[in-house]
Design a protein around this ligand. Structure first.
Ligand SMILES: Cc1ncc(COP(=O)(O)O)c(C=O)c1O
Length: 441
């Protein structure tokens, strides 16, 4: 087999389709905490966290111990065939930890997309209505239904149609690029009130099963709604008996300094989807929500062969222990303050940064060619990611035009690693800003 990065790359190119994409040339040998070690032995500071999956850090010892312990007991029975404790323990914990002082239930599946699919199945079943409203700029996955919900065309939807029926999109709350051309707070957060108008021109409220939204849009560019948004949206949903599904797949499990990002808006949704950092790298996702909705579906209507795998559930139980016992939420909040200060200082220095936004350490900078017209600086952002990688920082972009850099570093990153990461980001930003991105170190 291969022994160098270039040999691995040759094998990858020959045997793996390019549709399963690659954003850096890195092949990883080991990962711990917030450090990735490449095949060559070179270390990278990880600001990407495998797309927000390792909030507790790579290979956290408590997660590894739980995985090993469970693997020695049993690996799979299928919960629908022979039940086991880790599934139940995890459901009990998530039911208690999600916002909302009401009876909740949880079911597990494997990926984020699968959790979203199931949340929509449940909402449709419970309401007897077909339509689902998502927000422009959203990302909910790559399966047929979730790809239909997802709003970015290339690469996610292009040439993959026809799409699933009864999915509608309404404008999202994006204060930096308001789709209504208004300014907060004088706008009165009319983007939420617009849902009533949406029923007039797009789909009837009484035909709508669910409204689905990310608290902070992940792929879409970390667009962060104003404080009043979700309260208003929920009030309209409640008025019409529509299920409000909050997709916490990227924003949950401490990412914003709270266990669930929606806590920043002070509402308790009907259904919440989680995945990514829930399993610390093992494939696991959950739908948690109102018992009367969750329990409405007939036996056998939900589930799957691998759904709620015992090893993945044990990993997730370890994640929840780490969050509580290691004070990870306070750590995340402190990290967010430090990271925001660094990004805002860069914004003051570099015209290229048009906006800094997010909550806690779930932060983003939007790169624009000119601050007045806000022309997306997509190519510059791509170059910035490349330069950072060359200098030892793994960075992820996002947004409709790929011109947004997001921070998804493990919450356990040390101050020294964080400083080093931001120093690399700033050095690379200076080069891109000066149009000298071909400069070598
Ligand atoms: C908010 C959100 N929902 C759903 C998904 C889909 O998750 P998965 O890739 O595990 O199917 C993602 C993935 O990035 C996400 O960020």
């Amino acid at each position: 087999m291969a022994s160098t990065q270039s040999e691995f790359q040759a094998l990858r190119d020959r045997h793996i389709p390019r549709g399963a994409s690659q954003s850096t040339p890195g092949f990883i040998r080991e990962a711990r905490g917030a450090i990735l070690t490449e095949w060559s032995g070179r270390e990278l500071i990880d600001f990407a966290g495998g797309i927000g999956v390792v909030n507790v850090g790579h290979s956290h010892p408590k997660v590894v111990a739980a995985i090993k312990d469970q693997a020695e007991k049993f690996i799979h029975t299928c919960f629908a065939i022979a039940m086991y404790e880790p599934y139940i323990d995890l459901a009990v914990k998530l039911n208690a930890m999600t916002p909302g002082d009401f009876h909740k239930m949880t079911m597990f599946v494997n990926s984020g997309a699968e959790a979203v699919e199931n949340a929509i199945k449940i909402a449709r079943y419970a309401t007897g209505r077909p339509a689902v409203i998502a927000l422009d700029g959203c990302f909910h996955g790559r399966t047929l239904l979730t790809m239909t919900l997802t709003s970015k065309v290339k690469p996610y939807k292009y040439k993959f149609g026809p799409f699933a029926p009864e999915v509608y999109h309404m404008p999202n709350p994006n204060c930096y690029r308001c789709p209504f051309g208004l300014k907060y707070p004088s706008c009165g957060v009319s983007c939420a009130d617009y849902l009533e108008e949406f029923f007039v021109a797009n789909v009837a409220a009484e035909q709508t099963a669910a409204v689905i939204a990310e608290p902070i849009q992940g792929e879409g560019g970390f667009t962060t709604p104003p404080p009043e948004y979700f309260g208003k949206l929920q009030a309209v949903c409640q008025k019409h008996g529509i299920v409000l599904i909050i997709d916490e797949i990227q924003s949950g499990m401490g990412r914003t300094g709270k266990l669930y990002a929606i806590e920043h808006w002070g509402i308790a949704p009907d259904l919440i989807t989680t995945a990514k950092s829930l399993g610390a790298g093992l494939p696991l996702s959950a739908v948690t929500g109102r018992a009367e909705l969750m329990d409405s579906v007939h036996p056998g209507g939900l589930g799957g062969t691998f759904a709620g795998n015992p090893i993945a559930c044990r990993a997730a139980l370890a994640v929840l222990d780490i969050i509580v016992e290691d004070g990870l939420l306070a750590q995340a909040e402190a990290l967010g303050v430090k990271a925001r200060a660094r990004l805002e200082a860069m914004q003051a220095k570099y015209e290229l940064i048009g906006d800094v936004r997010g909550k806690g350490p779930m932060l983003a900078i939007e790169l624009v060619r000119d601050r007045e017209r806000k022309t997306p600086a997509g190519e510059e952002t791509k170059e910035l990611v490349r330069l950072c990688y060359e200098r030892g920082l793994m960075l992820l972009n996002c947004g409709m035009h790929g011109n947004i850099i997001r921070t998804l570093m493990p919450l356990v990153i040390t101050d020294e690693q964080l400083d080093r990461g931001f120093a690399i980001l700033e050095e690379s930003l200076a080069l891109v800003s000066a149009g000298r991105s071909d400069a070598k170190r």
